[in-house]
Ligand binder design. Structure first.
Ligand SMILES: [Fe+2]
Ligand SMILES: [Fe+2]
Length: 288
């Protein structure tokens, strides 16, 4: 029996076409002068342009036969991700201008994506569905606790808040596309595959981003225990993003899970209240 989407009927997915930090250089340790924090966020950002293009490609492969609602959401999701890639590409260039070499990080992501692309397209959709949920719970935590971006360069903090709010807004799209693509599967098969894929992508995410951040710290001249202990402390203890998302991560495995089981649109409203009031043409509303 196909599982049902619980995406809110009145959800609006709005691509907010904004630009960040274009008029000035970004400090090398933009995150409050903290090399570990800057390295972790830089390592994440390095993956976004190719990663998000992969998410879009993986979801769009399964848009055939989607109802009008889901088709509209896929279109809005695509626009949001394309703009995210543009802004993170610009951010990554500023990191390069600040003296970092991101090529080793790029090679690692390219290898992961090449491996996924060598498998049937449903594998890419499953990985996207899991990673989009992972991203959404990171985004929730980032917006819910101001300590994560405390002391950061204001333009760069804005970039991350903007991206996080849109990740929450479109968090159900890859999942609903997955439900659509696997509608002929049994619940047991769907659960088995999604659980296995989530375990794998989580492991790869943690290992790869840690390795990427350590590489950037090495370029800062920070190596050995000073590098890894500082990074692990930042990731797992204080502010401890990875520890704080653990409970939300576990919920993914529970029966009846859907990203919108938790309606956290209040975090998007909080972001919108602090962001410039601009009219956006491509507002996409779900059909009632
Ligand atoms: Fe994104
Ligand atoms: Fe996304």
């Amino acid at each position: 029996m196909p599982a049902a989407s619980v995406t809110p009927i009145d959800l609006t997915i709005t691509p907010r076409d904004r630009r960040f930090g274009r008029d000035q250089a970004t400090p090398r340790w933009w995150h409050g002068g903290n090399p570990h924090a800057s390295a972790l966020y830089n390592a994440l950002s390095a993956t976004f342009p190719v990663g998000e293009a992969f998410f879009v490609e993986s979801v769009r492969n399964f848009r055939d036969g989607a109802d009008a609602r889901l088709a509209g959401e896929i279109a809005a999701f695509t626009t949001q991700e394309v703009i995210h890639s543009r802004e993170h590409l610009a951010f990554n260039r500023r990191a390069i201008d600040a003296g970092y070499d991101l090529s080793e990080l790029d090679v690692r992501v390219d290898k992961r994506l090449a491996l996924l692309r060598s498998k049937p397209p449903i594998a890419s959709l499953a990985a996207t569905m899991a990673l989009e949920h992972f991203t959404a719970i990171l985004a929730h935590e980032l917006l819910a606790d101001p300590r994560h971006l405390g002391g950061a360069d204001p333009a760069t903090a804005d970039l991350w808040r903007w991206h996080a709010s849109e990740e929450i807004e479109h968090k159900g799209v890859a999942y609903d596309t997955w439900l659509h693509a696997t509608k002929g599967w049994t619940r047991g098969k769907r659960w088995k595959v999604k659980a296995k894929v989530m375990m794998l992508v989580t492991r790869n995410f943690v290992v790869d981003r840690t390795a990427g951040a350590l590489e950037l710290l090495r370029q800062d001249g920070i190596t050995g225990p000073k590098a890894w202990a500082g990074l692990l402390w930042y990731m797992w203890v204080r502010p401890g993003m990875m520890r704080k998302i653990f409970a939300a991560w576990v919920k993914f495995f529970l029966p009846g899970f859907h990203p919108w089981t938790e309606d956290d649109r209040a975090l998007i409203a909080d972001y919108d209240a602090t962001a410039p009031d601009e009219p956006f043409a491509k507002k996409v509303r779900r059909a009632a």
